[in-house]
Design a protein around this ligand. Structure first.
Ligand SMILES: [Zn+2]
Length: 117
């Protein structure tokens, strides 16, 4: 099961439209801002169910090739440990103004890869 935001969110709107599989690589995307970020390869098993032509058709449909590579935003997720950089009184250079985007996090992820049959 994929936790919303676990693999990052669009740095602009803090959302994601799910991911597309390119070969074995998984790319999370935001269709609104047309950005993408790769979270790795062979993490999900779903790529096995997709033929290459299916992948390419989907990529073309959303214009995946024109998406911009970005560094995703990682929300704080309860129960998920991330590397901490704080501790010495040093604060990260870039701080987001607000973290009141939880509303968006509750949004259900749209199904991109609905199972056929
Ligand atoms: Zn976005």
């Amino acid at each position: 099961m994929v936790i919303e935001g676990y693999f990052g969110l669009c740095p602009t709107c803090k959302k994601t439209d799910g991911y597309v599989n390119v070969g074995r690589s998984h790319w999370f995307i935001c269709e609104e801002y047309r950005v993408r970020w790769c979270i790795g390869a062979n993490v999900f098993s779903s790529w096995r169910d997709e033929t290459e032509s299916e992948q390419q058709r989907h990529c073309k449909k959303i214009g995946f090739d024109e998406f911009t590579d970005v560094k995703p935003f990682y929300p704080k997720i309860k129960g998920v440990q991330r590397l901490k950089r704080e501790g010495n009184g040093k604060k990260p250079a870039v701080r987001s103004k607000k973290s009141g985007e939880s509303r968006d996090l509750l949004r259900r992820k749209r199904k991109l890869s609905s199972s056929t049959h």
